[in-house]
Design a protein around this ligand. Structure first.
Ligand code: TRP
Ligand code: SF4
Length: 329
């Protein structure tokens, strides 16, 4: 029987080990979607090359690590199709064909294009591939005719390019693709312990590979409300990293934290201690399952190969349709 659930595709770039921000943002969200939607999840290793082409040596290893994290957090290859982008040459072909009809100014005006170029000044991002990042992303989505794309706020502009590409393609060659919509990640972004955005480039990530002691150290280092110095001082949870983590890892206790922080009856040292328990309780099973998967890279490769086979059934059929629509057959 044909699957009638809405089709979803999302991806993650293997540019480093995954961290708790990925878990409470993308990964747990993906794991929860698997029954209601027909899901395709992808390790976007070609996309990693757009910023890391000068030193690609670790992308392969990060792809395995990221795959282990996905599996450990409940992304289930029996219920979802889970694959590595570079195993699907169909994405490259579709990227090339779409590139023929995409006006360069559409790509130049994507806000993340200019921003990333400014942020990563030490990297050479003047390449054709980096400009075409959203076209490759469109190919990822359209190869499966996905209608929903779970992403963070920062990806909405990329999705808009995909939608424009769909309209242009369908106008030129006939109705082939549906217009996908973003499905915004419901959880707010977790900051790093130092209050900045949690990111490898700031060296402030709390990784899924970290053990209990490393997590404890990260919690100890977390910024608290600077106006709350003594135990009895009234605090402002909205200015506190520890509070953001209570929200993500201790939902049952967070109202109480808010109240006792504001009325001054809670001290920051205790507040950090009461975070560690629920946080490690949530992270421990993921940490352990990740380690088990990583002990057997052969098994990870088998899972990815099987995922690529399932993905190819769909992407291959789409490519036949695309070639026909573009009069290439
Ligand atoms: N650009 C996405 C990110 O950085 C990763 C990605 C690649 C993606 N291809 C995709 C996300 C397709 C959604 C759909 O997070
Ligand atoms: Fe943050 Fe807790 Fe201290 Fe309030 S009591 S400032 S929430 S650590």
């Amino acid at each position: 029987m044909a699957d009638t659930r809405p089709r979803v595709l999302s991806g993650i770039r293997p540019t480093g080990p995954l961290h708790v921000g990925h878990l409470v943002g993308a990964l747990s969200n993906w794991a929860a979607m698997q029954d209601k939607y027909e899901c395709f999840f992808m390790i976007a290793d070609w996309h990693a090359l757009t910023t890391h082409f000068e030193d690609p040596s670790r992308i392969r290893e990060f792809a395995l690590e990221n795959t282990a994290c996905l599996l450990a957090s409940g992304v289930d290859p029996a219920r979802s199709t889970f694959f590595r982008q570079s195993d699907l040459v169909e994405h490259a072909e579709l990227h090339l064909l779409l590139s023929m009809m995409v006006p360069v100014p559409w790509l130049e005006r994507v806000p993340t294009y200019k921003e990333t170029k400014e942020q990563l000044k030490d990297r050479d991002l003047s390449s054709y591939g980096f400009l075409g990042y959203p076209v490759l992303q469109a190919a990822d989505i359209l190869a499966y005719k996905a209608v929903l794309v779970p992403v963070g706020e920062d990806q909405v502009a990329h999705l808009e390019v995909t939608r424009e590409i769909v309209r242009r393609f369908n106008h030129l060659y006939g109705e082939v693709f549906p217009e996908p919509k973003p499905l915004l990640t419901p959880t707010p972004r977790l900051p790093g312990p130092d209050r900045r955005k949690m990111s490898k480039s700031y060296g402030n990530t709390i990784e899924l590979g970290h053990d209990e002691n490393q997590i404890r150290d990260s919690v100890k280092r977390m910024f608290t409300d600077p106006a709350k110095i003594h135990l009895g001082d009234k605090g402002h949870p909205e200015d506190c990293v520890v509070y953001a983590f209570h929200g993500a890892f201790n939902p049952a206790g967070v109202t109480e934290v808010d109240r006792t922080c504001r009325d001054g009856s809670r001290g920051c040292v205790d507040c950090k201690k009461s975070l560690l328990g629920p946080m490690w309780e949530r992270l421990k099973p993921v940490h352990e399952a990740r380690a088990r998967y990583l002990q057997d890279p052969g098994r990870i490769e088998t899972i990815l190969a099987e995922g690529a086979r399932k993905a190819r059934e769909v992407a291959g059929a789409t490519m036949k349709e695309v070639r026909r629509a573009m009069k290439l057959v």
